[in-house]
Design a protein around this ligand. Structure first.
Ligand SMILES: [Zn+2]
Length: 272
């Protein structure tokens, strides 16, 4: 946020006040059993990566609620877009479980709120890790398209190219696994060949972008080699398919690279 403010970009945005997610919004995605489990824990490890502290659930509810608020405002608009700058991330959280620093699946809760308003939703996940939680939640859902580019094989070890979706959702899931060391040129080839036609063919009413910045070449958690400026290219490509787009922050563990990448993303949103 300091970076976006210093670059003069925050002043060009409408600030949306953070809000907590409503119980009914969370229940579209997470089970009551899981909600009760989270509420019953005061602190401790939920898995080997994911630590819950005294303020974590409250913060996660703010992240999910704020992502939902931005997404539903964008959906209700003629052609606005937005960026929910939230933590913790969400895309590894499933119906009944936390995972990979994620407690509540922010982008999934936002997508379900849009679907409840009758929208066809495309979720594009550009985090370096596969969005396994999001994929699983919509794997049989024909109204929510999911596409993920990610390093593979790599945590969480799902996200193979043959995971297409099932039942009514068959053909609505696309994974683009990438070898460690994949550079901008190779990434963009896959992006143009697979991701853009898949999203465009679905004709979504809104695109939700799981905007992780850990595919940046400086990120210590992954081995993809994207540059900060690439995020501006990616978001502009998506805006050509559907101007109503809400980005939701996911991972990103090199602070300067994450901030710089977010700046490029926001420049793309402001000047498509
Ligand atoms: Zn990640």
């Amino acid at each position: 946020m300091r970076r976006l403010e210093a670059a003069g970009l925050a002043d060009r945005c409408v600030r949306v006040a953070p809000r907590t997610a409503e119980v009914d919004e969370v229940r579209r995605i997470h089970s009551d059993t899981y909600g009760a489990y989270l509420a019953s824990r005061s602190s401790g490890w939920l898995d080997q990566d994911t630590y819950l502290g005294p303020g974590s659930l409250r913060t996660a509810l703010f992240a999910a609620g704020s992502a939902t608020e931005v997404a539903t405002r964008v959906l209700a608009s003629a052609q606005d877009n937005g960026f929910a700058v939230v933590r913790p991330p969400g895309h590894h959280a499933g119906r009944d479980h936390a995972g990979g620093f994620c407690l509540l699946n922010n982008v999934a809760i936002a997508a379900a709120a849009c679907q409840a308003r009758g929208a066809r939703v495309a979720i594009v996940d550009i985090d370096a890790h596969h969005g396994n939680g999001t994929q699983d939640l919509f794997y049989s859902n024909p109204d929510v398209l999911f596409v993920s580019t990610h390093q593979h094989p790599f945590y969480p070890f799902s996200g193979r190219a043959n995971e297409y979706g099932q039942g009514d959702g068959r053909g609505m899931n696309l994974n683009v696994p990438l070898r460690g060391g994949t550079t901008t040129a190779d990434y963009m080839t896959q992006w143009q060949r697979f991701v853009l036609p898949f999203v465009g063919g679905f004709q979504p009413d809104i695109i939700l972008l799981s905007a992780g910045f850990d595919a940046h070449r400086l990120d210590p958690e992954a081995e993809l080699e994207l540059e900060s400026a690439d995020y501006g290219v990616l978001v502009r490509d998506l805006l050509k398919l559907q101007p109503r787009l809400a980005a939701v922050l996911e991972g990103g563990y090199h602070r300067e690279a994450t901030a710089e990448s977010a700046e490029y993303l926001l420049r793309g949103l402001l000047d498509p």
